[in-house]
Design a protein around this ligand. Sequence first.
Ligand SMILES: Cc1ncc(COP(=O)(O)O)c(C=O)c1O
Length: 456
Amino acid sequence: MPETKIYLSEKEMPKQWYNIAADLPTPMQPPLHPGTRQPIGPDDLTPLFPMELIMQEVSQERFIDIPEPVMEALSIWRPSPMIRAHRLEKFLGTPAKIYFKYEGVSPTGSHKPNTAIPQAYYNKREGVKRLATETGAGQWGSSLAFASAIFGLECKVYMVRISFDQKPYRKALMETFGASIVASPSTDTEFGKMYSEKNPDSPGSLGIAISEAVEDAVGREDTKYALGSVLNHVLLHQTIIGQEAMKQMDIVNDYPDVVIGCVGGGSNFAGIAFPFLRDKIAGKEIKFLATEPASCPTLTKGEFRYDFGDTAMMTPLVPMHTLGHNFVPPAIHAGGLRYHGGAPLISHLVNTGLIEAEAYSQLDVFKSALDFTRTEGIIPAPESSHAIHGAVVEALRAKEEGKEKTILFNLSGHGYFDMAAYTNYLSGNLIDHAMTDEEVSENLKSLEGLPMQFTG
Ligand SMILES: Cc1ncc(COP(=O)(O)O)c(C=O)c1O
């Protein structure tokens, strides 16, 4: 019987992050200042981020050293295991080999601490006392709360109201780590107050919560902002996942034909995919599949153009696939995938044809999540279940074609705080919603006047 769990020792943990910016086949469009519409410089970002993260955001270095205190904190749970899903393979009757990288072993249950730890560390090193952030599903907020506790920072989290109501124990977890939490839209910021007055029943959105956290950070000397996805430096920090997976594939003398991850903003997908993408850029044949909800189909139906990262239009304009910064997605259970934009790096790689994207319905995703739970024994986060479903679709295709294939997907988190979603699914109360082309075009009307591309 081939091995099930493939472990690395702590000594084998990668000591550098991989920066795909050094290997892109075509250059990216620059982020633009929201006022001047000219490329932003490091100074424009200093109210929000510490200088080290700003430098990583624009770095062209292929590898960037992971500082020792960050390595030490990551070693609380890393390296994470890679697991062969023997039982799921058997259940599906597929000739494909299915491996998954399990990021749910982190203290807060997902990949998010991989970037929360370095972000808190660089802020602390540059004298910052307090961090403000948003959270959707609660995974990012919990992770920044944990990282803030590790490095002795205060932490304020604006949590999207629908998740705040659906996930009381995520809030309790963040408070246990020492953070303070408020439901967004809140009355703690000017934007939150204005938005709530106009939309008293709003379920909130990541775009709104980002606006509140940015306003909080810009308004206080002692505070900076931290983002859990989308930005280049966040994707960079996640590449430890794929680099570990490469070493683990070596141990079992295998290599993936298909690499799959779910996409909200794009960070866990980047984490597993970018180190392997380097091989694809160098000529190797590998399929990369980004999976997303049909109700928030950013990569498959969104338009590639400049848009704001937040609803209040406070962030720089970034080139990305977007459904429009005013988009408030339906209240599906994969809270962490309800974001109107995709990371500029992921959007760019989709445009260049290096990454494919698929959108799946909520009910199909939960069906695969249950099959996975009942064979592999782990209850997956609803977000990660989009990657599981992608792996199931690929494995069934391999069965149909009678092809042996090696599939690797990122199980970005566990779902033990998401039991309300499972209860709803099991009692037949979950419904499907797919965004139509008409709805997308209607929503994109709000972007009229914003540049499609930077022409200098
Ligand atoms: C478990 C899990 N997976 C995936 C995501 C999506 O984010 P990203 O696309 O940045 O990995 C989230 C976001 O909250 C999450 O909690």
